[in-house]
Design a protein around this ligand. Structure first.
Ligand SMILES: [Ca+2]
Ligand SMILES: [Ca+2]
Length: 155
């Protein structure tokens, strides 16, 4: 039996006292570190943490800016682009179903005709789509069906 052998027999083995002392001596550092070196290491670590913090702020700011840009594009730019007619079906502006006269037949024309009927401001010459002599819901339905069928033709 040499001096490093474990003499304990229980489940919790424990290193003998001399082995513990030898291990401690092996890993004990007694190297003097100048205070300037300590300060330099500390300041380098702080500078590195500051740069990492700035990077995180920049990433968060860029993410928020991208999200805001997406919202702005979705809310402001896309509707005006749609209204510009670039992706609207080419419909003859002289169609009777174009109630508001903007050159396109869409569901807003049906809505405008329905409002006109409700306010009794539509004349038979402009609102009587089926030419039955009356301006009523049947004419609104014709305008709505025209708008829907034109939308389907685009897709
Ligand atoms: Ca129209
Ligand atoms: Ca009619």
């Amino acid at each position: 039996m040499n001096e490093y052998e474990d003499k304990s027999k229980g489940d919790e083995a424990e290193a003998p006292g001399r082995l513990k002392g030898d291990i401690r001596a092996l890993f004990a550092f007694d190297i003097p570190v100048p205070a300037e070196a300590d300060e330099r290491v500390l300041s380098l670590a702080k500078a590195r943490m500051r740069r990492a913090r700035v990077r995180r702020v920049i990433v968060r700011w860029a993410t928020a800016t991208a999200a805001a840009a997406a919202v702005i594009i979705g809310v402001l730019v896309l509707p005006s682009w749609r209204e510009s007619g670039e992706n609207q079906p080419a419909v003859a502006s002289a169609t009777r179903e174009d109630i508001d006269g903007n050159g396109q037949v869409d569901i807003l024309d049906a809505f405008a005709l329905a409002r006109g009927i409700e306010a009794s401001t539509v004349e038979a010459a402009t609102g009587d789509m089926n030419r039955d002599g009356a301006v009523n819901q049947a004419d609104v339905d014709i305008v709505a069906m025209t708008a829907v069928s034109l939308d389907r033709g685009v897709m």
